[in-house]
Design a binder for this molecule. Sequence first.
Ligand code: MG
Length: 296
Amino acid sequence: MSFFEVHDPAFARFVMGNAPVKRLATGFDWVEGPVWFGDAGCLLFSDIPSNRILRWTEEGVSLYRGPSNYANGHTRDRQGRLISCEHGTRRVTRTEWDGSVTVIADGYQGKRLNSPNDVIVAADGAIWFTDPHYGIMTDYEGFKAEQELPCAVYRVDSEGGIEAVITDMACPNGLAFSPDGSRLYVADTGRMFHPDPQHIRVYDMVDGRPVRGRLFHTIAPGCADGIRVDSDGNLWSSAADGVHCIAPDGHLMGKIFVPELVSNLCFGGRAKHRLFITATTSVYSVILNRKGNQWP
Ligand code: MG
C-alpha cells in the first residue's frame, strides 16, 4: 500500500517512495496546533481536551505547559516567540523570552472572543487569527458559554489594535498566506451540517486587507481544518483521509494518506521539508521533496 495518491503528475516529484508516513507519538485525546522550533529541535503541539501543550523531540514527548488553558493553534512571530490560541481563556497570547505570557487579544468592541482557533503572523508582524465558537460549544475543549460575537477573522497590528477583517464566514478555522503575501487562504469548517459544504476560500490582499473572497477548493472527504503553504505556493490541507495538496489554481495535486482524521499540519525539520501532522490521537511526520513557506 502506498502512502501517497497522485492526481497531478507533478505531485509525484513532491513525495518520495522511500520516505514513509511515520507515527511519532500516540495516546492523546485530540491533538492540534503543531509548531516547529528548529532552534530547540522540538515540535510543540496541543492536546486540547487534556489541557496540555506537549513537546516532541527525537527522544520522546514531554510536557511543555499544563494546564494550557485548552490551547489550540500556535505559530511563531517574526522574533520567534510562541503565539497561541486559547479556548479556555478565550484569548490569543504571546510567550515572551522570559516565559511570561502577554495577552494579544481577548475581546472586540467590549465583548469576549469566542474561542480563538488558529493563528498566523504576516510579514508586517500583524497577528491574524480565527475565532469560531467550537471551544465554547461544550465543556470538552474549554468551557461551555454563550457566544457574544459572530465567528470572524481578526487582525492585530503591532500596536495592539484589533480589527475584524473577515465577517462573512460561518466558522473560519485554519489560515495561511501565499509565499509573496498576495493571497490569504481561510478554511471554513462551519458548514459541515449544511447543504453548502465546508470549503477553503481565497482572498486577494490589497493594502494589507483581504478582498474578493471566493471559493478556492472543497476538501473531500472531511473538511479543511489546518492549512499550510509550501515555498512554491501549493496549499497543504488537512482532510479526513490524510493531507491533500492543492495547486495555486485550486486543483487537487495529490494526497498523503494518514490512518487517523487529520486536524492540523506544519512544515519543519532540518530543511523545512518535514511535514508534521496532528491527527486525532497521534502525531505523524513525512519528509517531502518540498519546503514549507509558512512562517516559521
Ligand atoms: Mg483549527
